[in-house]
Ligand binder design. Sequence first.
Ligand code: GAP
Length: 435
Amino acid sequence: MPAPDLDTIVNLSKRRGFVFPASEIYGGLRSSWDYGHLGAELLRNLREAWWSAMVRERDDIVGIDSAIIQSRQVWVTSGHEANFSDPLVECTNCHHRFRLDKLDDPNTCPDCGERGTFTEPRPFNLMLKTYLGPIDDESAIAYLRPETAQGIFINYENVRRTARMKLPFGIAQIGKSFRNEITPGQFVFRTREFEQMEMEFFCRPEEAEQWHRFWLDARLQWYLDLGMDPERVRLRAHERSELAHYAAATSDVEYRFPWGWDELEGIANRTDFDLKAHSEASGVDLRFYDQDADERFYPYVIEPAAGVTRSAFAFLIDAYDEDELAGEKRVVLRLHPRLAPIKVAVLPLSKKDELVAVTEEVAATLRRRWMIEVDVTQSIGRRYRRQDEVGTPFCVTIDFDTLNDRAVTIRERDTATQVRVPIAELVEHLTVALG
Ligand code: GAP
């Protein structure tokens, strides 16, 4: 089916507990979103899939968790204070403000339709500023980090030494970042508070191009392995004019969102820009010492930088489907089992005491391994639909025969096929089926 429109995903997200508008009881706060019970699980599963692929399954990458607020000097040295800005224009007719590089027509105001009314573009710094301590003067200025990457660069030597890493090696981190976006929007695609999954891969300068290619392929494959439609995801190399101030080359993993192709992840060759700059500014030698060659040099860095919240959104769009089962229309989220918020729903056919007792027994066993849900209300058909709509891969139904044969029915989400399995073999069966 063609990609669902934005409203369909926004409505489903709110109706079923994936995403709510932040501060909703006070009228909402544009660009901020809260994640409900299913959204929180989806985010956790995404982080887990990334951490597993990038850290746990590799012996050349370790993970850290650095502070959101660092010394202001970090952002001076990294170039963010001077350069991390978007071109801002204001319409002199309606006084609305826009990011010039995101306008379809740079001469026409998209809000009031007037032509030629924009002011000259001026750079607008995206960092969210705050003041530390009780006095809000220049000396107390601090920033909420706009990327998690700098927390890695400034800890490069700590990590290399304590984890005893040799080139090439990577440092990974997942965490919140903040940007004072001029035009947040398109649901959770662009927000002022968001979450990133970034990895800085340090290597010899002469090997940087080769590692860049490696990470482009590996990162694209990660989305495909989690079930993303290959027709809706691609790599695109940046034009020179698009490159960030620190990058020699960047390619984006792009997804075909309802409004067109847009960035999911950036994979940049950051050269030795950051380590060199921090070394020179701090006076701490961050060069790598190669014992065999007895030489010191600044490693180059390849950086795959993805968004947790943005990819959750893309996976929701990608998984959304409508089909017909036994003549009845249904909405089904075909989420990969690793991403599905609820792995198994346990559904007793009736609320009779005997069935409830077996339900509790089965649920207790499954709960130790997976996120499950027990649903006892309404017809079994309605309950299947409810689980399909939130992407639950398997429903386990407990019926009156269960009392005699100690077996249950497992229904698979995508095909609705059913198999009867002894309770004693349920965990084993589901372990294989969930992959
Ligand atoms: N350290 C490099 C860096 O931050 P980026 O391309 O600016 O690169 C990486 O950001 C990823 O972070 C993006 O591909 C996107 O997934 C996510 N991201 C960036 N800004 C965002 C925003 N305002 N809202 C949601 N996600 C965002």
